[in-house]
Design a binder for this molecule. Structure first.
Ligand SMILES: *Cc1c(COP(=O)(O)O)cnc(C)c1O
Length: 871
């Protein structure tokens, strides 16, 4: 726009277009300053009008509700953006052209949203998460933009099928499991509910590894997901933020004031370059931003090295910079403690804070008293805890605020979400590592701790012990920084992710902090899932049936799940129940197709689908599930040996079922990999046993990811959420399954508790020891030995006999239970698990007669009463 105006014409002498955007006043001033004729020309060609995004009130239809516009833009993208034509536009190219076309409209909404938010100048919420497990973007955009039908028709006109086109998109798999998926659901909800909220993360070149199953073992291969250009990523190469590492700290005396100032100098510099992902809301034009950082070398050249003739090494050092964002650490609920991981964390929080502070200063200059009114930062787990230290550093060292004032602002800005009570997952960094990488931050951490401990001492003058218990520094060898403690001290709120979990953190790992800060600092925010993706996108037929039943043609219920309650009376409507059941059957057929193409195994969609998909972890207890499957198999074989027919068994003992597993194990987690191996070995024995007919099948679906979850979730009759009580903070797939009318078998853990309260105890199958008994049982295992129940001993004997291949391979798994304390209480819960299964099979009905009136009714009630988990 500068082209239209000479400096003299500018209404404000300092008005200058920069790539950092405008202030609200500048926008108003600029609009007034652009000549009417110029505005006309712009408006004639601006995408804002003809494409319209979701300006539903515009007279001219937008690209999303005008097939012709879509087709015009599609062909243009094929011919120019992709440099192809009608004759060589394959399905991948069609995916790219479709995405680019939809993106064009999205960007208009996105720009409008950002401008509106700037003018409004309200509080902004920033969600800092090291993981965003987004999955695919195109289908989600089509749904949220209400453009799916038109796009289907347009693609048909152009000779393509939408489903095939959607299938071309690689998953954005920048996360491990629940924590990363939660972040993805959050940004969807921020837009759908019209919040001014951004996500900040890292743009890993390699997301979570791809899992292959070879000879029954997990094999990891890299996920280079950016093989083709990513149409959903907008490179902001102009947004470059320098981030420093290493170096040293010295003191500088201000000759005027005589005050000492700390200066962090030297070291290594890396640039953080922004990549933006627009996040469309559902039924609203609000489109927020997910900003992910890329690490790039600085263009400042190291002349010292160059002059010393060390050109090669100088270039190599620059290349190393990019490695910071090259790969996601593949651990779920386990800390690896690698220095590169710490580097990732600081790189990300330093760049994000710099960006946030810059945005604040644009309108509020150095009016720091307003900072906490304008900025809220949510920490997803302890991974971004260094943001607390970095903000304090910027305030004190760079902006010159005094310590106390800076600290009072910092504590108002941050809030921390805890995701686990398991000690192996609590983040700690050796003081030596932190001091070397971030020398000034280590000093600040010591200062924060010093002032904090002084307060604690004042509060509890007669308790010497409490100081070492709550200290940020663990006096171990080597000394470690306890990140969770730092996160609590630097935040104004701390939340767990389900009621039970939020209570547990107050009575276990953080109990001293409840005494120090009082109980009000600790709150609960139960996780949720976005029903846009997890119902409408994953299960379009069920979503449509519900919309019809609610007389809600615009699917308003997807942002108001309380409306689902109106489905309740339909439990007495047999016609409706049959429709409901037919959709489940269709979804099971779709999953059977996926299973066939992924594993070659044919499964009968008329049998019960019993699913457990999630990261493989001892605490999630896939071992408990597979042991129960083995028990079932052994028992069926025994009955056959005793002369019972398969029909007999179906009628009186076991309904036919298919046990479906999926999930990745961390590459270094031996026990989890052993569990995967056992599942596959059991599958190969059971699936080849013709004697048992369709009574039992076992399937391990490789490479569980978001796209596969979208096929698996709607197809489940029963899903397993059977963690050792007190270990699963919330779980989110329990919610996905319930919302899709899948019944749950689960322990009294995480959000299962609240789900039960909503849907009723009679509509879920709970079993197992309670969280309050866990400590005592573990103690007993150690001091009195583990008692393996007879049922489980049969299973162990079968494994040890070599029935499922080389028994040595499963020795450590079996021994961890028999001889090493059975930490996850498999022996205590095994018979209770079997009993729960017997109960639920009765409900399902051995002859199928109870199916419609027992099982399908419960399925409907799961959905009707789900409304609690608004997202
Ligand atoms: C929802 C989801 C998870 C989380 O599952 P939990 O059972 O809550 O642990 C993990 N991975 C993927 C791909 C998911 O979609």
């Amino acid at each position: 726009m500068g082209d239209y105006l000479t400096p003299a014409e500018l209404p404000h002498p300092k008005l200058k277009r920069t790539n950092t955007g405008f202030t609200p006043n500048q926008i108003i001033a600029l609009d007034a300053a652009i000549p009417e004729a110029a505005k006309k020309t712009w408006n004639k060609y601006s995408l804002l009008k003809p494409l319209g995004g979701r300006n539903h009130n515009e007279e001219e239809p937008g690209v999303f509700n005008a097939e012709e516009k879509f087709e015009e833009y599609f062909v243009r993208h094929v011919e120019t953006t992709l440099a192809r034509n009608m004759y060589n536009c394959d399905t991948l190219a069609a995916y790219q052209a479709t995405s680019n076309t939809i993106r064009d409209g999205l960007l208009v909404d996105w720009a409008n949203t950002q401008q509106k938010q700037t003018i409004h100048d309200g509080k902004r919420v920033y969600y800092l998460s090291l993981e965003f497990l987004m999955g695919r973007a195109l289908d989600n955009a089509l749904i949220n933009l209400n453009a799916r039908n038109n796009t289907t028709t347009s693609l048909e006109h152009l000779g393509f099928n939408l489903e095939d086109v959607l299938d071309q998109e690689p998953d954005a798999a920048l996360g491990n499991g629940g924590l990363g998926r939660l972040a993805a659901c959050f940004v969807d909800s921020l837009s759908s509910r019209n919040y001014s909220g951004w996500g900040y993360g890292l743009n890993y070149q390699y997301g979570i590894f791809k899992q292959k199953i070879i000879d029954g073992y997990q094999v990891e291969t890299p996920d280079y997901w950016l093989k083709y250009s990513n149409p959903w990523e907008i490179d902001r190469n102009e947004i470059q933020i320098p981030v420093d590492f290493y170096g040293y700290v010295y003191e500088n005396y201000d000759t005027n004031t005589g005050e000492a100032k700390k200066v962090w100098a030297g070291g290594e510099r890396v640039l953080a370059v922004a990549a933006d992902f627009p996040i469309p809301g559902y039924n609203t034009s609000t489109t927020n931003n997910l900003r992910l950082w890329n690490a790039r070398p600085t263009t400042e050249f190291d002349f010292g090295k160059f002059n010393a003739g060390d050109y090669q090494q100088s270039v190599a050092a620059q290349q190393r910079a990019e490695s910071i964002t090259s790969v996601l650490y593949p651990n779920d609920n386990f800390e690896s403690g690698k220095e590169l991981r710490l580097k990732q964390q600081y790189f990300w929080v330093a760049a994000s804070l710099h960006d946030i502070i810059r945005r604040f200063k644009k309108t509020h200059k150095s009016n720091w008293d307003k900072f906490a009114d304008q900025v809220a930062i949510q920490l997803n787990d302890t991974h971004p805890t260094l943001a607390i230290v970095e903000l304090q550093r910027v305030f004190v060292d760079v902006e010159g605020l005094d310590w106390d004032k800076a600290w009072s602002i910092v504590r108002k800005v941050f809030a921390y979400t805890n995701h686990t009570v398991m000690t192996e997952a609590l983040e700690k960094w050796p003081v030596t590592v932190l001091s070397r990488l971030l020398p000034r931050h280590m000093e600040i951490i010591y200062d924060i701790n010093f002032f904090f401990l002084k307060d604690v001492e004042r509060k509890f003058p007669h308790e010497r012990d409490i100081l070492s218990r709550v200290s940020v520094i663990e006096e171990s060898e080597p000394k470690q920084v306890r990140m969770a403690y730092l996160a609590i001290i630097g935040s104004h709120k701390v939340n767990g992710v389900a009621e039970l979990h939020s209570e547990l953190i107050k009575t276990t790992i953080f109990k001293d902090f409840v005494r120090v800060f009082g109980p009000d600092k600790f709150t609960n925010v139960t996780n949720g899932i976005t029903p846009r993706r997890w119902l409408r996108q994953a299960n379009p037929k069920l979503a449509a049936l519900i919309a019809e039943a609610l007389n809600d043609p615009n699917y308003e219920y997807l942002t108001n799940l309380g409306m689902l309650k109106k489905l309740e009376p339909l439990v007495d409507d047999d016609t409706f129940l049959k429709k409901w059941d037919a959709i489940k059957f269709d979804n099971k057929r779709r999953l059977a197709g996926l299973i066939k193409s992924e594993t070659g195994i044919e499964v009968d969609p008329s049998v019960m689908f019993d699913v457990q998909v999630k990261r493989i972890h001892e605490y999630k207890r896939q071992q408990l599930n597979i042991f129960a499957v083995i028990y079932r198999y052994l028992h069926i074989k025994k009955l056959i040996r005793e002369g019972k027919s398969v029909d007999d068994i179906k009628k009186n003992y076991y309904i036919p079922k298919c046990s479906i597993f999926g999930g990745k194990a961390a590459p270094g987690y031996y026990m989890a990999k052993t569990i995967i191996h056992l599942i596959n070995e059991v599958a190969s024995v059971v699936n080849h046993d013709t004697e048992i007919e369709n009574l039992l099948k076992v399937v391990f679906i490789p490479d569980y990811n978001v796209s596969k979850a979208e096929v698996i979730t709607p197809a489940s009759d029963l899903s397993n959420h059977i963690s050792t009580a007190g270990t699963e903070a919330s779980g989110t797939s329990n919610m996905k399954f319930a919302l899709n009318g899948g019944l749950i078998i689960g322990t009294v853990d995480g959000a299962n508790v609240e789900i039960t309260r909503e849907i009723g105890e009679e509509n879920i199958f709970l079993f197992g020891n309670l969280a309050e008994s866990v400590d005592e049982l573990r103690h007993k295992h150690v001091y009195e030995g583990v008692k393996v129940p007879e049922s489980l001993q049969e299973v162990f004997s079968a494994i040890e006999s070599g029935l499922f291949g080389n028994a040595d391979e499963f020795k450590s798994l079996v021994e961890s239970i028999k001889y090493h304390g059975d930490y996850y209480l498999v022996t205590d819960d095994f018979d209770l698990f079997l009993e729960a299964h017997r109960k639920l099979e009765k409900v399902y009905g051995h002859d199928g007669s109870g199916h419609l009136h027992n099982w399908v009714k419960k399925s409907l009630l799961n959905v009707a009463q789900y409304g609690l988990f608004q997202f």
